[in-house]
Design a protein around this ligand. Sequence first.
Ligand SMILES: [Fe+2]
Length: 211
Amino acid sequence: MVRPMNHDLFEDARWAISAIARGLNAIGGPAAELVLSRLAEQDLTMKDFVERRPVSIDVTRFFAQAIAETMMYDSVVAAALASLDGHLKWCQSSAYTDEILGEGFFQNYGWCQIIGPKGFFKGDDFLLGILMLGPNRHYKDHYHPAPELYWPLTGPTLWKQGQGEFELKQAGEIIWHPAHVAHATKSNARPLLAVWSWTRDTDTPAKLVEA
Ligand SMILES: [Fe+2]
């Protein structure tokens, strides 16, 4: 029997989700556990699968380099995410501007959803995706009602929330942003690739503090 073309993509999307789940489960802790419990509630069958029109943006020129670096940390997650290359719908938050974020920011920033309205499964008020930042970028303070997990796959990178200082985080160190708390990220000399998840209240997009 010939399988439909998108069955392979469905399996790759499921592979990426299960690789991320396995990685988060191995790390443990309340933030990872909350994401995993929300993930367990999502519909992820073939009948829920949606093949999105892929969109490539400037920052994806760093994708292969970031995947290569991720191989050093978690080769299964790296391989699973690499299998989705060319099928992802890369996005940028439309409320953001170069004026606030620095010249060239839009050539060095983007995110996509694996689960969510722009992802392969629509999700139930739950988003799971990946973020990329080019080298030496400052993704300035922003906030949103959704509680958020970040799982950087490359690094080290710098992360800050609220009135705190920037803290160095290695690849694999989970970052948790409670609802509405402003947060910022700085990449180093190499591009950042990170898994992210919004666990609820996903309808309101992020806003820059300076906007
Ligand atoms: Fe955020």
